[in-house]
Design a protein around this ligand. Structure first.
Ligand code: C2E
Ligand code: MG
Ligand code: MG
Length: 636
């Protein structure tokens, strides 16, 4: 009967102040299997404690506040987290100060228990039907379960009128746990009674992926470091996406903590994060909330889609391991010139050979250089038996197999062209594994660059075709209404031919700058398809005005890129596509726009093609800016 409170006991205990429950919880004699939780006495440590925290616990000076945890699907309040507070305007108001005092006064266990009980009791008194998240360190949770058992804990919670299935223990400080298996067992036991588990502050530098995998918590709360200014940090975004993948694997819902701005909320919503928490949604308060803050609600109801920050992918490229290695024979430092010539004659395609001492490469011998020497008069007679090492380039390039191809560009641009002709030696952990050729390297670097350019244009650093398509897909999936614009220069080719690529690039960069300047980076997306083709995806209401501004500002600024005479003449004489010289007016910009309703388009490709059509119309109409209306679109 020790674990089970009678109905009368329950009724009594529910009416008792938190401190009485607390005191019973902390009356622990080590090794005791179970204790009744309704004993009214305070623990010795608290009763005798001289510290300020002990005083607060005795005097019921601690109380919980509640912060909403919000479903990012619809903005409804999913749960509240209880956060403990000490008396207002005192040094012990914040949980951090209270936790420090608890450690100093040796009351960690007592304090944390008190918090759980205070939270549950208050929640019960408020007759709240919603879910309650309660913080507890892994250490104390284990202690409670070990010393009192699951049944007693559940009984206590029930006694406050809180259903176990509405309760979530947010485990903090789990990184300190030495015996993870034990914690995982304890937690599983608790969960079998309906209580859910969250890992708090995941990713704060001490989190454990192993614990996530072992405990399989219902929730993982992503540390606020990753949500802060998320909309400006592509690396944080990628990290959260990676956590989402793990979450999907382990069937864990994610809660993003510390949402403070509209932009971060919009982005997390669009990423499909399950829940969010933060000042922007609702600050901790004495009473639970019915609804989130108005500004947050407006974001949740707004269909406009966030623009994801882009990684500078140009630097992310393939590794050397993709290059097929030549499984070339090697020679040792003592191999003779005669032996080497035999080797080259046996391997007709071998452009070079590595000199390897044991597993360690020491140099490379170029075939044609060596053969030239060897074929000289009397060479074989005089030098044939001598070691071939004299012919080796001892400053040859040794490259580890997992090297980034981009970093090898130095080889291609190096003054010492032996690297191109001799190729390079590939190693794995310093051991010879094969030879690579300069030609392979050139091909690989080029392929990598082309692939990178599909992500980010190397000239403007604007997103390329892949992110453009991804963004359109997101707009369509989010049901957003937006405007797809396609911008293209008129008479750019003659300008480029006349003034050269450098000035041509300047003109393209000018267009990129103007497009960016006339966009709201949080709502609108500028992509560089290639050459002088740009896509702008507007969600801003003033898109027409912005497009017109881009066109007119471009016309005003582009003239500066022409020389005096061309400016005076209003254009240049150049050859047309048929080689006939004719007059071309100064370069101008055309933008074709089309309003997109997501339900009318099935793919990014369709959107891109109507936008291209709009551009075509704009150019033929010799109009700077043209909007293709729906009727015209459907006839396309
Ligand atoms: P936590 O569990 O991660 O709680 C979230 C903390 O972030 C709270 O601080 C909350 O007020 C704060 N917060 C919420 N939204 C935002 C935001 O948008 N921006 C920023 N910068 N902060 C935000 P608080 O209440 O000071 O609590 C600090 C920590 O103390 C908690 O972190 C938790 O680890 C611990 N703690 C709080 N209450 C309890 C408790 O009852 N028991 C135990 N064991 N620990 C508690
Ligand atoms: Mg927490
Ligand atoms: Mg937290």
């Amino acid at each position: 009967m020790e674990f089970q409170m009678s109905m009368t006991q329950q009724a009594v205990t529910t009416a008792l102040p938190a401190i009485e429950f607390f005191s019973s919880v902390v009356e622990i004699s080590p090794g005791a299997r179970a204790k009744a939780w309704s004993m009214p006495a305070l623990s010795d440590a608290v009763r005798r404690g001289r510290g300020a925290l002990a005083g607060l616990i005795r005097g019921e000076g601690l109380y919980p506040v509640f912060q909403p945890i919000v479903s990012l699907r619809d903005g409804s309040i999913y749960a509240h987290e209880a956060l403990i507070r000490g008396p207002q305007d005192t040094a012990l108001h914040t949980p951090d100060a209270l936790l420090t005092a608890a450690a100093q006064e040796g009351l960690n266990f007592e304090f944390e228990n008190h918090c759980v009980i205070a939270a549950c009791q208050r929640w019960g008194k408020l007759v709240e039907a919603g879910r309650l998240f309660v913080n507890i360190s892994a250490e104390v949770l284990v202690q409670i379960l070990e010393q009192y058992g699951r049944a007693a804990l559940l009984e206590l919670i029930n006694g406050f009128g809180v259903l176990p299935r509405k309760l979530v223990f947010e485990i903090t400080e789990y990184q300190r746990v030495a015996d993870m298996d034990h914690l995982a067992r304890m937690v599983r036991e608790l969960r079998s009674a309906g209580v859910a588990i969250a890992l708090d502050d995941f990713g704060d530098g001490r989190s454990s992926l192993r614990l996530w995998s072992q405990v399989r918590p219902e929730f993982v709360k992503i540390d606020k470091y990753f949500t802060k200014n998320l909309s400006q940090h592509a690396d944080k975004l990628k990290t959260i996406q990676a956590l989402q993948q793990i979450g999907a694997l382990f069937e864990t819902a994610l809660v993003a903590e510390g949402i403070e701005t509209e932009d971060d909320l919009r982005l997390l919503r669009d990423l499909g994060i399950d829940c969010g928490q933060g000042y922007f949604l609702g600050r901790p308060a004495l009473l639970p909330r019915e609804q989130i803050e108005a500004g947050a609600l407006a974001v949740m109801r707004d269909r406009r889609v966030a623009v994801f920050p882009e990684l500078r992918r140009a630097s992310q490229s393939g590794v050397l391991s993709r290059i097929a290695l030549l499984d070339a024979p090697t020679v040792t430092p003592s191999t003779s010139n005669d032996e080497l010539v035999a080797l080259f004659l046996n391997h007709k395609k071998l452009h070079a050979v590595a000199v390897v001492d044991g597993h360690r490469p020491v140099g490379i011998i170029n075939r044609s250089n060596f053969m030239n020497e060897y074929s000289k008069l009397y060479y074989r007679e005089v030098w044939g038996k001598k070691p071939c090492l004299v012919h080796a380039n001892l400053a040859s390039r040794l490259i580890e197999r997992n090297h980034n191809v981009d970093e090898l560009i130095g080889i291609l641009t190096s003054d010492d062209q032996r690297y191109l002709t001799d190729g390079f030696i590939v190693t794995e952990n310093g051991r010879y594994v094969g030879l690579g050729t300069g030609e392979q390297l050139v091909r690989s670097v080029t392929e990598t660059r082309i692939e990178a350019a599909r992500h980010a244009n190397p000239l403007t650093f604007l997103p390329g075709n892949i992110p453009i398509s991804q963004h359109i897909e997101r707009l369509l999936a989010g049901g957003a209404e937006f405007v797809a614009c396609y911008a293209d220069l008129n008479n750019f080719k003659p300008f480029n031919d006349q003034y050269g690529y450098w000035r041509g690039d300047e003109m393209i960069r000018l267009l990129a700058r103007l497009a960016l300047a006339h966009c709201d980076p949080k709502r609108d997306f500028v992509g560089h398809v290639g050459g002088d083709d740009f896509i702008i995806l507007y969600q801003s209401a003033d898109w027409q005005q912005q497009c017109q501004n881009i066109v007119s500002e471009f016309a005003a600024r582009a003239v500066d890129l022409f020389d005096e005479a061309a400016r005076a003449a209003g254009g240049i004489h150049a050859e047309d596509r048929h080689g006939v010289s004719r007059f071309f007016p100064l370069t101008t910009l055309s933008i074709g726009a089309v309003r997109i309703r997501s339900d009318e388009y099935a793919s990014a490709e369709q959107v891109a093609s109507v936008a291209a059509r709009a551009k075509h119309e704009a150019k033929t109409a010799r109009s700077g800016f043209l909007v293709l209306e729906s009727a015209e679109v459907s006839s396309c």
